[in-house]
Design a protein around this ligand. Structure first.
Ligand code: URA
Length: 433
């Protein structure tokens, strides 16, 4: 079919067949279909959406456009996790060692942060000696030996998605649920795990600002995953305020360690428990009844913490990081408290705003080329629902330039909103699917 007719069908609200989508996408990757035709189709999809069949075809075609990582030589059940991204999201650093110490294999490729959300790879690279560039062979050997390996995306997975995403980014067609679902799942399905747990964030600091859209995205991704032969589950979790207390690379590593020691903040601890439990259920090593006790046991007994240290050492970091993190993770040079100016209750913390403060302090990247400062970030002391008295500390800002800290402390203050009447804290887990 002519590319014009493929676009016309979608523009008129009809379904494209798999072969039509294939002609369009593979033609685009090969440079035979120009940007303006692909952009026109994407805009038609933005308004008319994709059916489950079209969504699944698009995912499959994008997945087959790049490299795949075959994990079948690794014994045991391989489980993956994906978060749609948030502020202070260090869940992978905690649930990875938890599920690995319960007998699952957690072999995951992670990304770097861009904009207001942080990336797991940047957090791990704040650990001295830690390498995230693992050759596929070493990645698999490590996953096989200790049950956990985490590397940056070196393989050229889902090449078509990369090219199409770049076009969506400049043609106002990113925010369409079937395109987002296909994009995420094409990369996830390229890694040969048996099961995937999706953590779909909702709230002001998330990609999906409201619950309805987050749920729709989660259901679309579950449907794609199941059609691709995977066991898939999803948790819809809150991102109306930063997750936990720490935002910034080494600060988040410290908070992950403390959570594995059982000293984590309540929201982070609960979310990690729920996600770990779902991963064990999807991975077939526990059921609804046994999963909570199994997760509790590996944390209380220190097994998950020991697995974290084993993982860090296997990738070049110090073997005693969890016991001696202060020795390895140097603090920032300028640390300032932000104090409440009046009595009241915290009614909101703009997670995106906090993420942007951290980015400008050096914890994240404005552009892909920016260099990360591992020590800087923000500690959120008061969270939504907390009562505050005038003069009490709301947050602590960690920077390496006095000038930047002075500038950003005012912005950080404005990320907090207050109420004179009591405020209920948001629930961290909205739904498990
Ligand atoms: N993340 C992705 O990988 N793809 C999207 O389309 C949106 C967010």
């Amino acid at each position: 079919m002519r590319i014009y007719d493929i676009i016309l069908k979608k523009r008129n609200g009809l379904e494209n067949s798999r072969s039509e989508i294939e002609e369009l996408v593979t033609g685009y990757v090969k440079g035979l279909v120009p940007d303006y035709q692909m952009a026109a189709w994407l805009m038609a999809v933005y308004f008319n959406h994709l059916s489950p069949e079209e969504r699944s075809s698009l995912t499959d075609i994008m997945l087959n456009s790049g490299e795949k990582i075959d994990l079948s030589s690794i014994e045991g059940t391989k489980i993956d996790k994906h978060s749609t991204g948030g502020v202070g999201d260090k869940v992978t650093l905690i649930v990875g060692p938890v599920v690995a110490s319960c007998g699952l294999v957690f072999a995951k490729l992670s990304g770097r942060g861009l904009g207001h959300t942080g990336g797991t790879i940047d957090k791990l690279e704040s650990i001295p000696g830690f390498t995230t560039s693992l050759e596929v062979d070493r990645f698999k050997k490590q996953a096989s030996k200790i049950g956990i390996a985490l590397a940056g995306q070196t393989a050229e997975v889902a090449v078509a998605d990369k090219k199409i995403y770049a076009l969506r980014d400049v043609t106002a067609t990113v925010e369409e649920i079937s395109l987002i679902a296909s994009s995420i799942m094409s990369k996830k399905l390229a890694i040969g795990s048996d099961g995937i747990l999706l953590d779909v964030k909702t709230g002001k600091g998330a990609f999906m600002k409201n619950f309805k859209d987050a749920r729709e995205l989660a259901l679309a991704m579950i449907d794609i995953g199941k059609r691709g032969g995977k066991k898939v589950g999803a948790v819809i979790s809150d991102m109306d305020q930063p997750l936990g207390r720490m935002v910034g690379n080494s600060l988040e590593v410290i908070e992950a360690i403390e959570t594995l020691k059982g000293n984590g903040p309540a929201d982070l601890e609960l979310l990690c428990r729920v996600i770990s439990e779902r991963m064990l259920i999807i991975g077939g090593v526990a059921d609804e009844n046994s999963a909570p006790d199994i997760v509790k046991d590996v944390i209380d007994s220190g097994k998950a913490l020991a697995k974290f240290d084993e993982f860090v050492a296997a990738q070049g970091g110090p073997i005693d990081l969890s016991a001696n993190y202060r020795k390895y993770l140097s603090p920032a040079g300028v640390i300032e408290e932000i104090k409440a100016e009046r009595d009241g209750f915290v009614s909101g913390i703009d997670a995106e705003g906090v993420g942007l403060v951290c980015m400008r302090l050096g914890a994240g990247r404005k552009t892909k080329e920016d260099v990360i400062d591992p020590a800087v970030g923000v500690e959120v002391i008061k969270k939504i629902g907390d009562r505050v008295a005038r003069g009490e500390t709301l947050a602590v800002i960690h920077g390496n330039s006095r000038e930047l800290v002075e500038l950003e402390r005012k912005v950080l203050m404005e990320t907090f909103s207050f109420s004179t009447s009591e405020v209920l804290p948001p629930q961290i887990v909205h739904e498990v699917l």
